[in-house]
Design a protein around this ligand. Structure first.
Ligand code: HEC
Length: 264
């Protein structure tokens, strides 16, 4: 290798290899004693050519709207963002109109409620944090806008969390109002198991198994946190293709230029 890269080249390659090894090894840090191993889930949006499956996104939004939105806000999203997951403007207008949002003040200085419009942010389920805590055994249901980026292996984690409820193992004492979950740090979570078979009736006829709903809502949350990921990946692939072509051309030119010199 040294013949090709020289001394600085060698240490550079060394650093790259070390960096890659560290990156591949980086397991999520856990505060609790024993490590929780997340099952890996294969999502359509992973990998170099990954895209968000539009059907899954729309089903995932349905799960968020009908289940999660009772407790979790997504304040980074406006209703008009739903146009990006392939819903028509009329569909999105109808969805928005199902929610009442606070507006105002009006002519006489009072706040009032009106149906949401495309430009409104997703309605939050509770007026403030205290109200949210009071309704959830003292725990605060966090905003889900960037949840998949806020946790290590976010998509795998959210999917695991939603499918990780069970009765506690023998000898495990649950605190009052808490639920056992295999993948939540500490294994006690204030959020109840919210996904049961056929919890929602999918508009496209897909069978609403717990696994399917967890996968779809995770896909929707991953898109919400990183809507530009597809575009960025497409650009990355183009840049790599460009570099390969450029590399080939440079090599050809180099050979041509040096051909005469070697001849002598
Ligand atoms: C009945 C209210 C309620 C519903 C419905 C609900 N959650 Fe939660 N969720 C909570 C509460 C409360 C917490 C905070 C839990 C804690 O800290 O113990 C939470 C926490 C979370 C977390 C963060 C876990 C962490 O690592 O901190 C995620 C992710 C989550 N919920 C996803 C969802 C999704 C997705 C749905 C819909 C399928 C949903 N929740 C539906 C109440 C709810």
């Amino acid at each position: 290798m040294s013949r090709f890269f020289g001394k600085t080249g060698r240490s550079l390659v060394g650093a790259l290899v070390l960096g890659a090894a560290a990156f591949l090894n980086a397991a999520p840090a856990r505060a609790a004693g024993e490590a929780i191993v997340l099952p890996e889930t294969r999502f359509s949006f992973e990998g170099l050519f990954g895209t968000y499956d539009r059907g899954s996104l729309q089903r995932g939004f349905q799960v968020y709207k009908e289940v999660c939105a009772a407790c979790h806000a997504m304040r980074q999203l406006s209703y008009r963002n739903l146009l990006e997951i392939g819903l028509s403007e009329e569909q999105v207008r109808n969805i928005a109109a199902q929610f009442q949002v606070v507006d105002g003040p009006n002519d006489v200085g009072e706040m009032f409620e009106r149906p949401a419009r495309l430009s409104d942010r997703f309605r939050r389920p509770f007026p403030n944090e205290n109200a949210a805590r009071a309704a959830n055994n003292g725990a605060y249901p966090p905003d889900l806008s960037v949840m998949t980026k806020a946790r290590a292996n976010g998509a795998d984690y959210v999917h695991a969390l939603l499918t990780g409820y069970s009765d506690p193992p023998e000898g495990f004492t649950l605190m009052e109002g808490m639920n056992y979950n295999r993948y939540f740090p500490g294994n006690q979570i204030a959020m109840p198991n919210v996904l049961n078979p056929d919890q929602v009736e999918y508009a496209d006829g897909t069978a609403a198994t717990v696994e399917q709903m967890a996968r779809d809502v995770t896909t929707f949350l991953a898109w919400a946190a990183e809507p530009e990921a597809e575009q960025r990946r497409r650009m990355g692939v183009r840049i790599i293709l460009f570099l390969i072509v450029l590399g080939g051309l440079t090599y050809a030119v180099k050979r041509k230029v040096w051909a005469d010199v070697k001849g002598h």
